[in-house]
Design a binder for this molecule. Structure first.
Ligand code: PRT
Ligand code: ZN
Length: 283
């Protein structure tokens, strides 16, 4: 039985649950429970604060975890980063009061910087040869300069709205993050096999999200043109219709190409074009 640690509540909880759901692992989001078992896969979910997830995966209390890369980096956790999940994107940046003139990283020499990420900040400042005082605060870091607790902050930025609201400006983007799937480095053969199954499902899901299924009727005289427009996974499926002047064509196309393809197909007389979303693509 595998155990996966995810955030109990907060920004990553919902999408972590959705991700498990999307790969057909059914677990109820039991907010008041500490552990819940999936009813169709040998896995149980351990709900934790995100700060604790890298540590429990490193010490094998949980074999897998879903957490922000920023937390893994901050804790310098000895875990495997198995997959970047493509959501939960943010960066950790240095920000200063908006009216200050910024001269480069040396600006921070002798300054007090408030942060919840002292590890990442310290490594960055050391690398740049800057000597600053790091004030560790958890929560509401962005009010520290106005409250006189610090001269600058080092905090998570996503849209940048919080900085603007607090009269701050972003001056150094230090670390780019997104949600990642992490694993213990010494998984048993059995656990590794389950992880491979999970990865296979995640990949199928990722591929299907980027594709659309197209069905249409095409006039017989333009069938060749349609086939040129629609290179498919192998080749499009072509079916003759009762009316010999028409064919039915089925194909999978890149979602980003969809409207361009539809336009070209209409131009050669395709009719009754249906566009369907795909649940899974098994390559
Ligand atoms: O209770 P627990 O310890 O589990 O949660 P937490 O409060 O420590 O973390 P939480 O739920 O706020 O965030 C979890 C993870 O989501 C982070 O570690 C990041 O990897 C990721 N993430 C993505 C973010 C954001 N985007 C984000 N915008 N985490 C926090 N923010 C906050 C940020 O702290 C700041 O206050 O949003 C504000 C900035 O947002 P903008 O859009 O105004 O720039
Ligand atoms: Zn946290």
């Amino acid at each position: 039985m595998l155990r996966i640690a995810i955030q109990t509540k907060g920004r990553l909880n919902e999408e972590s649950m959705e991700m498990l759901n999307s790969i057909d692992i059914n677990v109820e989001n039991a907010k008041r429970k500490f552990l819940s078992k999936a009813n169709n896969f040998p896995i149980e979910v351990l709900y934790l604060r995100d700060d604790d997830i890298p540590g429990v995966v490193a010490n094998n209390t949980a074999q897998l975890g879903i957490v922000g890369l920023n937390e893994v980096e901050e804790k310098q956790a000895d875990v495997e980063i198995v997959a970047k999940l493509g959501w939960g994107g943010c960066r950790i940046s240095l920000a200063i009061p908006k009216d200050e003139e910024y001269t480069g990283v040396e600006y921070f020499n002798g300054k007090r910087i408030a942060t919840s990420y002292p590890g990442i900040l310290e490594r960055f400042l050391d690398e740049k040869g800057v000597k600053a005082n790091i004030e560790v605060i958890t929560g509401s870091v962005e009010i520290a300069p106005a409250a006189g607790i610090a001269d600058a902050i080092f905090d998570i930025v996503s849209s940048g709205g919080t900085l603007v609201t607090n009269g701050l400006k972003e001056v150094e983007r230090v670390f780019e993050s997104e949600a990642v799937l992490i694993a213990n480095k010494n998984l048993s053969a059995e656990d590794k096999e389950l992880l491979d199954e999970i990865m296979f499902r995640i990949e199928s899901e990722k591929v299907s999200a980027k594709k659309k299924y197209l069905l249409m009727n095409v006039p017989a005289q333009n069938l060749d043109k349609a086939l040129q427009i629609l290179p498919s996974m192998r080749s499009p499926t072509v079916m003759p219709l009762a009316d010999k002047e028409w064919y039915s064509l089925h194909s999978v196309v890149d979602a980003g190409e969809l409207w361009n393809k539809v336009k070209q197909l209409k131009a050669i007389g395709a009719e009754g074009i249906l566009v369907l979303s795909l649940d899974k693509i098994i390559l």
